[in-house]
Design a protein around this ligand. Sequence first.
Ligand code: FAD
Length: 288
Amino acid sequence: MKVIEIITREKPSLSFEVFPPKTSASYESVCAATEEIALLSPSYMSVTYGAGGSTSDYSLAIAANLWQKLHVTPLAHLSCVAANKAEIDRQLKMLKEHGIENILALRGDIPAGQEKESLEYHYAYELIEEIRNFGGFCIGGACYPESHPESANSFLDVGYLKKKVESGCEFLTTQMFFDNNILYNFMYRIREAGIQVPVVAGIMPVTNPKQIKRICAISGTALPQRFCRIVDRYGENPAAMEQAGIAYATEQIVDLFANGINAVHVYSMNKPHVAAKIQNNISHILGR
Ligand code: FAD
């Protein structure tokens, strides 16, 4: 099934994300986590694509398994920054052969020391055009409520986002955010700019505060004071932090659904118990 059909239904959608292992040693444990999350029957599941394509075989295998054995719609991430056109063509053929119909098309982070001019793909919209010309896929893209870290300003960022959508992007998934007002403000700005595609809100339940502070510093995601207080109080107690992180994420999701955002994607980080707790917390809201 196409993700666009799922997220435009009247019923709210809740999806989860898994990431592939870096080495074969942890492949089985990632597959086991994927299966456990799939048993929750989420609206769909996304599988990330390692920077530079290093883990692309695992990503493909996990996405194929989701569809063929676990009967959950997969959204395969695909990044182009380290690829050439022949490699992208190869990836698209393999995705199609495995019955995968949905791609989140990304540029990826430019490797340190690499000149952008030396790359075959410079921006995600070029990949999106390529996938659209290939045909048959529902294409999503990434968006940044607090602007992409490379952007000179949010006005330019939204302008480039519009170009990306016009290239063939049918829906957008947001970078994580911890203050819903930032998302509501972003929604207003993109709709004003004429971007009309559905937006899936990306929510990260924080269970590891050290990791999240590092990610937020790189991505430019703001940590509200209310959230920082929680980390200050519970950050050294893993069980309490996990409970607080799930409660915070749940509150964000309830507020998003109540304010007209109909699709939420949880960055579940290969943690089935976190995914399950969030889903249980909102089971009646999801109509289950
Ligand atoms: P783009 O949309 O190309 O934007 C990159 C920058 O270029 C932005 O600053 C934008 O304003 C600017 N820009 C865009 N178009 C133009 C233009 N025409 N002219 C000038 N400037 C332009 N990375 C991975 O490696 N694997 C993953 O699986 C992965 N999944 C992700 C999922 C989500 C939901 C998100 C939000 C990010 C994900 N990333 C992933 C990270 C992503 O690859 C990086 O943030 C990357 O730096 C930008 O990718 P993009 O597709 O948003 O790029």
